[in-house]
Write a protein that binds this ligand. Structure first.
Ligand code: NAD
Length: 500
């Protein structure tokens, strides 16, 4: 069976750690490859390679750094189908969704192509008489990224294109559950002309991560994953003097007001709740209906839509499925446990995905689309992140009650409101305690030239990913104040000197 190793100093580098992790095809449940779980020493070797490469990469002109990104973008487009199929085979999401993920990552590469413009710094003439002031935005050094399983292409690309284009070198630790795509990205970066050692990949688990959090050569750590690990990453790396952005879990609510367009609500909600089997940090997992009539209508319509959904493997079907399997056997069992908990807590189970089996793929990690009504605050299925195809409908008596529910929740990643009333929408945008807000848009993921990040326990650290915050995160400012004594200019006078 094929074993994936690391990518260090521009080369595939087999691991000698002796520890391996299995990688499965979630649609079949069969192991497809193994991935190395690297040792602390191997991680240090990757850092050393990045440290060496930084010395020259940071001196390459910004325009030439950006040109590597232009070539990388072209290669990503050329290999899009191949990469999307790799995503589907290891993650499980359907092929068109995998291509969508790749596009959202590629858009950050496009943003990185324009970084010379954003890294220009500032200049003031005559802050004092004959004194000028300028600020430089310089790269930090070696930066590290640690990514989750649910976006094996996009989330690493939230990080390294911006870091590298700013002049840093990088060590990436991808999820050990779907590691093939990041390695392929590393190969394409080399093909695009990135010098050896600027981008390195260490596959592994906590052993590799702990080195990245504590080694003094690492200047900054970007993390995306679950909240308990995000909190650990933030605390540990900060205590070791690094700047950190650690994005955590989510529970995203969508308010449905009585004046919302019902068809628009249902269409939006189906994709937002069940797309990628609910394994998106911006998935809508709670629909908060203002009024019983709104809830009754919505539950009826969503149930009908669920009955027409195609669930199955992400590639190879004559007509593509709407939703594929979830990532692992353990996660599949955890989601089903949450459904049982919801029933025990007293919520009304309208559609039950626990018994779903895809014929011929009996060992695949499938959960059918699930719908709960009469979910209440305080229930675990409302309070905790399930990260599966489970939509909870909560009934609120008023807009204010719906808003208070969102603001009281521990997470604050994304949210949306569906209404035709501009005044309600405007007030919602101002008052909601959430980092990314949609108005009649179900998954308000900011574009690459804006920044992505939640509030509360969905993000630890002050700066969001990519966009202007990404450039701020991966550069540090140096301000220079300069006065020059009278020089050659004054000395080079050719007229007869006179008393001034
Ligand atoms: P995870 O926290 O289990 O793993 C994320 C990364 O941390 C992986 O690379 C993993 O190897 C590493 N890791 C795991 N345990 C560790 C430990 N004890 N010490 C050090 N490193 C450790 O997350 P996951 O299951 O891969 O991804 C799903 C989670 O990610 C969900 O909670 C989801 O909401 C979140 N997520 C958040 C965002 C966001 O933007 N806020 C985006 C995508 C995913």
């Amino acid at each position: 069976m094929k074993t994936l190793g690391n990518y260090i100093n521009g080369q595939q580098t087999p691991s000698k750690s002796g520890r391996l992790g299995p990688v499965y095809n979630p649609a079949t449940g069969a192991q497809s490859i193994s991935v190395a779980l690297s040792s602390a020493d191997e991680t240090r070797t990757a850092i050393a390679s990045a440290e060496e490469a930084f010395k020259t990469w940071s001196k390459v002109t910004p325009l030439n750094r950006a040109r590597v990104m232009f070539k990388f973008k072209a290669l990503l487009e050329q290999h899009a189908d191949e990469i999307a199929e790799m995503i589907t085979n290891e993650h499980g999401k359907v092929f068109s969704d995998a291509k969508g993920e790749l596009t959202r990552g590629l858009e950050v590469v496009e943003f990185a192509c324009g970084i010379p413009h954003l890294q220009k710094g500032e200049h003031s003439l005559n802050v004092g008489r004959g004194v000028d002031s300028m600020s430089l935005m310089q790269p930090l050094g070696v930066c590290a990224g640690i990514s989750p399983f649910n976006f094996p292409a996009m989330v690493p690309m939230w990080m390294f294109p911006v870091a590298i284009a700013c002049g840093n070198s990088f060590v990436m630790k991808p999820s050990e559950k779907d590691p093939s795509v990041p390695l392929r990205l590393a190969e394409l970066l080399s093909e695009a002309g990135l010098p050896d050692g600027v981008f390195n990949i260490v596959n592994g688990d906590k052993e590799a991560v702990d080195v990245l959090l504590t080694d003094e050569r690492i200047q900054a750590v970007s993390f995306v994953g679950s909240t308990p690990i995000a909190e650990y990453i933030y605390a540990t790396a900060s205590a070791h003097g690094k700047r950190v952005q650690a994005l955590g879990g989510a529970k995203n609510h969508m308010i449905v007001m009585p004046d919302a367009d019902p068809n628009q609500v249902v269409g939006s909600l189906m994709g937002a709740a069940y797309g990628s089997a609910g394994e998106r940090c911006m998935a809508i997992s709670v629909a908060v209906c203002v009024g019983d009539e709104v809830a009754d209508n919505l539950v009826e319509k969503i149930s009908k839509e669920i009955d027409g959904m195609r669930v199955g493997p992400g590639v190879g079907l004559p007509e593509e499925a709407h939703m594929g399997p979830v990532i692992s056997k353990e996660h599949c069992a955890k989601i089903k446990d949450y459904i049982t908990i919801g029933v025990e807590e007293g919520a009304t189970l309208i559609r039950d995905g626990r018994d779903f089996v895809y014929p011929g793929n009996e060992n695949g990690y499938f959960v059918g689309p699930t719908l709960f009504d009469h979910v209440k605050e305080g229930m675990r299925i409302h309070n905790e992140e399930i990260f599966g195809p489970v939509l909870c409908v909560v009934r609120a008596e008023s807009y204010q009650q719906a808003l208070d529910m969102i603001n009281a929740h521990e997470y604050g990643n994304g949210t949306s409101i569906f209404t035709r009333d501009g005044d309600t929408a405007r007030q919602f945008c101002e008052d909601v305690q959430v980092g990314m807000v949609g108005v009649n848009v179900p998954i308000p993921v900011p574009m690459a030239f804006h920044s992505f990040g939640g509030w509360k326990r969905s993000l630890f650290g002050p700066l969001h990913m990519h966009g202007p915050d990404g450039v701020r995160f991966y550069t540090r400012m140096k301000t220079i104040t300069a006065r020059w004594p009278t020089g050659l200019r004054a000395g080079a006078e050719f007229s007869m000197p006179t008393m001034k």
